[in-house]
Design a protein around this ligand. Structure first.
Ligand SMILES: [Zn+2]
Ligand SMILES: [Zn+2]
Length: 1021
């Protein structure tokens, strides 16, 4: 029972494999009610990091739980297998800088490389997931790059087209110059970084009047595409004279502070007065600028709180400018190519990036006398979510799905879903309310080929919706396609159904979220077996990380509402991010814990347990120190199991179903049943954090109440009825706890099952093939009773601690409130054992209990009633002066003192000259008091227990088994210790399973200081 968890986990993986446990489970449940789960595809692009293990652990927990309840589960794992993320990793692998490198390498080779990467990493992820303990149909995973998945999306796009939603949009889009593609709105959300750019104030001459206008921009590269300036007609503008400049400068009144040094405001004018004036643009000599008529336009969005209150407008470089340009009929100029480089017509800027262009533009402005000043400006700026390059806005044509018509249906469908946590639903509503059209096209290579065929002659758009339709329109060349990817698919042309013209496919590939969003249709049989599909649709529970709200959960919803009119899921659960132990984000430091490394270091069960205990709506910390802490918590159950095994190995009990009449056993049966019921409730709510809390409380109750108090029943030499009852009860308890926790910690529970539950009972081959226990009725009164008793004990312990009295030191009496009499008497032996007190007494009127009686400066302790003070005095008078001076004296008075109804024995009634009050009271709900005076007899017993404890430690240190008989020998010069050993010799022999005698060749020796004396203990076998 050595706890070599990591090795055990590997052994169990082999055991499950060898015994086909997963296959048996599916066989067992094959006629069960379906559990309609859908796995969100994991990108088969890199090995699993520790953060991937959160969602995967939770998925496995609930599939296992449902399977134990007889459900036939959907065990199909998914891999995201095409799109930009795969391309970016392959580009890195091949050392490519941009798209040109891919074209040089050859699209066919590149696609092959992408597929190779998918195959490699999906294989690695499968092995890692098995190591996590995940049970899925690993040979039947779905992949999003298959023809099946691709044609399913084609069908969806065709339906969109029939609804009139497919459109081409020509407008500035966020564009990644490295990836050479536009990005969609949902890809941009949350993908911003604080970046410092050099911003510029430039002064441009107004042609009609004798002043210059001051313009500000944070994106100097876009000045090459300037088409107009905008002012707010309602704002006040100032005409300012500057000492070293011939022409005055115009800027917003509220922006005057941007002028450095001396200035004189000549007059104020309304923005309206500027509208319609023409000006000389920043770079008038550029070919694209030569024929433009640059003028000042009105725009009420212009503010003066940043910049100069005059805005540079480049409709080809920003979406707001674009809208304005449409209104004002301005030129749309796009100066950069796909790679973000200035095209050849841009003179001195040709071939430069946006960043490289900025200083050259400043230089040119300065030469023309147009540069006022530059300054560093830090702002939140969008970056590419895959490669982190700064995003530009570029005028591009893209394919979109128009969303306005379907928006109300999406909102309604999302509203019918149960979102857990609730804020996930709120986020979805916000996203749906504010989303623009869905940009579905990417100018890339390895991805879903958009089935759009736009006729160059008549302008008719054909959206191909299936393989059959492609064959029909494209002819038999289609049969020879190796797969539906570029470059092969591009060779297929169709005949325009309207005019007969030969038409090629548009070059674009699709957004990756189309790939993942179609899975409820492509993987559940929508196109192949509609009856089967109806069995699994909609999913009753899905879980992924919360960033998927605007990604996977969105595309799922969109595609499902389009095809069926309803949401594809009934309950969506989202979890937060995994961060480092110190709370910092993993990606910020570039540091990541690989899943395999964590599994071999702290064990898969520990990883699962840590995630199960986490609150899904906040970030969870992960690290090896935390892992160690979690493992220590898991040892709670393990220790109960080893306790059972320690004795069962010796006694080899035949476990039976018979119920025990022992009060402690009855409590244990009820306690574990109450855990089963609570656990079932937590599982049904998909709340693993609550489950773990209940489990930890239960483990604590079982070990610190039942096992602690019943130890002696297991220690006993003979296997009598009482001991058999204890075995039966503890066995049933461990079995139930294993079954309840098997979904969370499949390895540890299986180890216990194999080595204990199978060995002493006739049970299923594996804990995972057993049924989840049905909760039984619970005797709530009994559980409450014990709770109160444990509070009494905890209160007594607190009194001991406050008075620095070790538990091994016996004390005379614990006083409890009279209302607790029946309860305390029922559990008297437990209370006395735990608190190590000789007697219990009950007080109905606490005012009658003296805790301090000043008689000759003595403090009197014990059960003394005020009315008995005269008797106390009488007794005190009989004490000798010597006795009075000693710090603790026993009262050897003759005669009895009658206290209330009880006759008090003299060894309880004590006097003390110490300044410690003799009685400690606990105030609060439970009235308790403890007599803390230690008589010589109590002292001697305390010493005996201390000696006994050291004997037990020595036994262990010397390597003796619990059942070994040993010899012990004591040597000391202390008269006190000698007398204690003489008095308690027999007890030591019995408790330590030893003979106290002479030892010639000791196995081990221990020297201890105790009560001012030194004691040497030797031991031998
Ligand atoms: Zn990029
Ligand atoms: Zn045509």
């Amino acid at each position: 029972m050595e706890n070599n968890f990591i090795k055990d986990e590997h052994d169990l993986l082999n055991f499950w494999e060898k015994n086909s446990c997963f296959k048996r489970l599916k066989e067992k449940n094959k006629h069960g009610k379906p559990f309609r789960f859908l796995d969100g595809p994991i990108t088969a692009n890199n090995a699993m990091g520790i953060h991937h293990a959160w969602g995967r652990s939770v998925k496995d927990i609930f599939l296992r739980y449902k399977a134990m309840n007889g459900f036939s589960c959907h065990y199909r794992n998914g891999f995201d297998a095409q799109g930009l993320w795969v391309e970016v990793e392959v580009e890195k692998e091949l050392g490519f800088k941009d798209k040109k490198d891919i074209e040089a390498y050859g699209m066919e080779n590149f696609t092959r490389k992408c597929v190779e990467r998918i195959e490699k990493y999906s294989g690695i992820i499968v092995e890692q997931s098995k190591r996590l303990g995940q049970w899925m149909d690993w040979d039947n995973s779905y992949f999003t790059h298959t023809d099946q998945n691709i044609t399913s999306i084609w069908h969806f796009l065709k339906v969109c087209h029939e609804n009139g939603w497919i459109a081409q949009s020509h407008k500035p889009m966020p564009w990644c110059p490295r990836c050479g593609t536009s990005l969609s709105e949902h890809e941009m959300t949350g993908s911003h970084k604080d970046i410092t750019h050099t911003a510029v104030f430039a002064r441009l001459p107004i042609k009609e009047l004798d002043f210059d206008i001051l313009v500000w921009t944070t994106t100097p590269w876009t000045l090459s595409a300037n088409a107009a300036l905008a002012v707010n007609p309602e704002l006040d503008y100032a005409v300012v004279e500057l000492p070293d400049m011939k022409r005055p400068l115009v800027l917003a009144k509220n922006a005057l502070s941007v002028i450095d040094g001396e200035r004189k405001v000549a007059r104020f004018i309304k923005g309206q007065e500027l509208v319609g004036l023409s000006y000389e643009t920043f770079l008038p000599f550029l070919t694209v600028q030569k024929d433009l008529k640059h003028r000042i336009i009105a725009w009420d969005e212009v503010a003066a709180d940043e910049g100069s209150g005059v805005v540079h407008i480049a409709p080809g470089c920003g979406s707001e400018d674009f809208e304005l340009g449409k209104r004002e009929d301005l030129a749309e100029i796009c100066p950069v190519d796909e790679g973000g480089l200035f095209t050849d017509s841009y003179d001195f800027l040709a071939g430069k990036t946006a960043g490289e262009a900025a200083p050259l533009i400043f230089e040119t402005l300065a030469k023309q006398g147009k540069l006022y000043k530059t300054h560093e400006y830090t702002h939140s700026y969008p970056v590419c979510w895959r490669c982190k390059s700064e995003v530009l806005f570029r005028l591009v044509g893209s394919w979109v799905i128009k969303t306005d018509e379907i928006r109300p249906q999406l909102l309604k469908a999302a509203d019918d879903v149960k979102w857990n946590p609730a804020f996930a639903g709120k986020r979805m509503q916000d996203w749906l309310t504010n989303m623009g059209d869905w940009n579905i096209s990417r100018k890339r290579f390895y991805g879903l080929p958009l089935p759009f065929y736009l006729c160059g002659k008549c302008g008719h758009l054909t959206v191909v919706g299936s393989m059959g339709q492609l064959r029909e329109l494209g002819g038999e060349k289609v049969d020879a396609l190796p797969e539906l990817h570029r470059p092969w698919i591009d060779e297929i042309t169709i005949n325009c159904p309207k005019c007969g013209e030969t038409v090629s496919r548009v070059p674009e590939v699709g957004d990756v979220w189309l790939d993942a969003g179609i899975t409820p249709f492509s993987t559940l049989g929508y196109f192949t077996d509609r009856k089967e599909w109806e069995k699994w649709f909609p999913s009753e529970w899905v879980i992924e990380m919360n960033e998927q709200i605007r990604l996977w959960f969105y595309s799922l919803l969109f595609m499902s509402v389009t095809l069926t009119g309803k949401a594809p899921y009934e309950q969506v659960m989202t979890h937060s991010s995994v961060v480092q132990e110190d709370g910092s984000k993993f990606h910020k430091s570039g540091f990541m814990i690989r899943f395999d490394e964590a599994a071999e270091k702290i064990g898969a069960d520990t990883v699962r347990y840590l995630y199960a205990g986490a609150n899904i709506s906040t970030d969870v910390r992960f690290g090896y120190h935390l892992g160690d802490e979690v493992r220590r918590k898991l040892l709670g159950l393990w220790n109960i199991y080893t306790f059972f095994m320690t004795y069962a190995e010796i006694d080899k009990p035949a476990i039976t179903d018979s119920l025990s009449d022992n009060l402690m056993d009855q409590w244990l049966e009820n306690r574990v049943q109450s855990f089963v019921a609570r656990a079932e409730r937590s599982y049904e709510k998909y709340n693993t954090a609550e489950l773990i809390r209940e489990f930890e409380i239960c483990v604590d109750d079982v070990s610190n109440w039942y096992v602690r108090l019943c130890r002696r029943r297991f220690w006993k030499d003979t296997l009598d009825n009482d001991k058999q009852n204890a075995y039966n009860t503890l066995y049933r308890t461990v079995k139930l706890m294993c079954q309840v926790m098997a979904p969370v910690i499949p390895f540890m529970t299986e180890t216990i099952w194999q080595t204990m539950i199978v060995r002493f009972g006739n049970v299923e081959l594996s804990v995972h093939l057993s049924d989840f226990p049905k909760p039984q009725a619970v005797d709530a009164d009994l559980l409450r009773e014990v709770e109160t008793v444990r509070e009494v004990i905890a209160g007594g312990m607190k009194l001991r601690n406050e008075n620095q009295l070790k538990v091994r030191q016996p004390l005379s009496v614990l006083y409890a409130d009279a209302t607790l009499t029946a309860l305390c008497e029922k559990y008297a032996s437990a209370i006395k054992d735990e608190l190590n007190v000789k007697a219990l007494a009950f007080i109905s009127d606490w005012n009658t209990l003296c805790d301090e009686v000043l008689v000759l400066d003595f403090k009197v302790a014990g059960r003394i009633l005020k009315s008995d003070l005269s008797k106390v005095k009488e007794l005190l008078e009989k004490l000798t002066e010597e006795e009075m001076k000693s710090s603790v004296v026993g009262l050897k008075a003759t005669g009895e003192i009658k206290l209330g109804e009880h006759i008090l024995t003299t060894d309880i009634l004590m006097l003390s000259t110490t300044d410690k009050p003799g009685i400690k009271r606990l105030t609060g709900e439970l009235q308790l008091a403890l007599c803390v005076i230690i008589t010589p007899e109590l002292k001697a017993e305390g010493t005996y227990r201390e000696i006994l404890r050291n004997c037990q430690v020595l036994r262990k240190e010397a390597g003796f088994e619990v059942s070994d008989r040993v010899k012990l020998c004591f040597a000391t010069e202390s008269a006190l210790l000698i007398s204690v050993i003489n008095e308690y010799g027999a007890s030591i022999e019995r408790e330590a399973l030893a003979a106290v005698c002479e030892i010639n060749n000791p196995t081990a020796e221990k020297i201890i200081d105790i009560d001012g004396g030194q004691l040497t203990i030797t031991i031998a076998g």
